[in-house]
Design a protein around this ligand. Structure first.
Ligand SMILES: [Zn+2]
Length: 183
């Protein structure tokens, strides 16, 4: 991954979205911490959190709240709504880890925040949510891994193939379609 904007070619002419600017501009030391975890799918997000020193809790959160991130007693803590579907919890965790990697100072300054089901924190600029979603997508579906995985299929990209890829990466079909440049 060299950070260029070139699309990664996949089998059968499919196109895999290139890694985001948010990912390619992470500090080299940070990339060193996380890249090892991005070499196999489904990506072990809990292990990434542990490596970064971020505590992750499955919690009963208010209805309509998918996740929370805050600094508590000097430690960053992510809470994930235990009542939501597994692939949704995974994307929420990736989104919060992305906030940790990109917006740590803001999290501290704002005293943390809660995210609604659209993964938006009501009082924060929408731009930081777009940034977090782009990096989250690279964490749950690393571009080079998806390009490799698509080589296992021949023929057209059917909905069955997309569902299979989504299952292998532990994501929703919507998240997979975004990464496959279909939307
Ligand atoms: Zn967010």
């Amino acid at each position: 991954m060299d950070g260029s904007m070139t699309k990664m070619a996949a089998s059968s002419g499919w196109e895999v979205k290139s890694p985001s600017r948010e990912y390619t501009t992470l500090a080299p030391a940070v990339r060193q911490e996380i890249d090892g975890f991005l070499a196999e799918h489904p990506v072990k997000l809990g292990a990434i959190a542990e490596r970064l020193g971020v505590k992750v809790l499955l919690s009963t959160l208010p209805r309509g709240t998918s996740g929370q991130i805050a600094q508590e007693d000097g430690e960053f803590v992510i809470r994930i709504n235990r009542h939501e579907a597994k692939h949704r919890q995974r994307f929420t965790l990736a989104h919060e880890l992305a906030h940790y990697l990109l917006h740590r100072e803001r999290i501290v300054a704002e005293g943390g925040w809660s995210e609604n089901v659209l993964l938006r924190a009501p009082n924060q600029p929408i731009q930081i949510e777009y940034e977090a979603n782009r990096l989250a997508s690279d964490l749950v579906i690393p571009s080079h891994l998806l390009a490799q995985a698509t080589a296992d299929y021949t023929g057209p990209m059917t909905s069955e193939v997309i569902e299979d890829l989504a299952r292998r990466f532990g994501v929703s079909t919507a998240a997979m379609e975004i990464k496959l440049q279909m939307v």
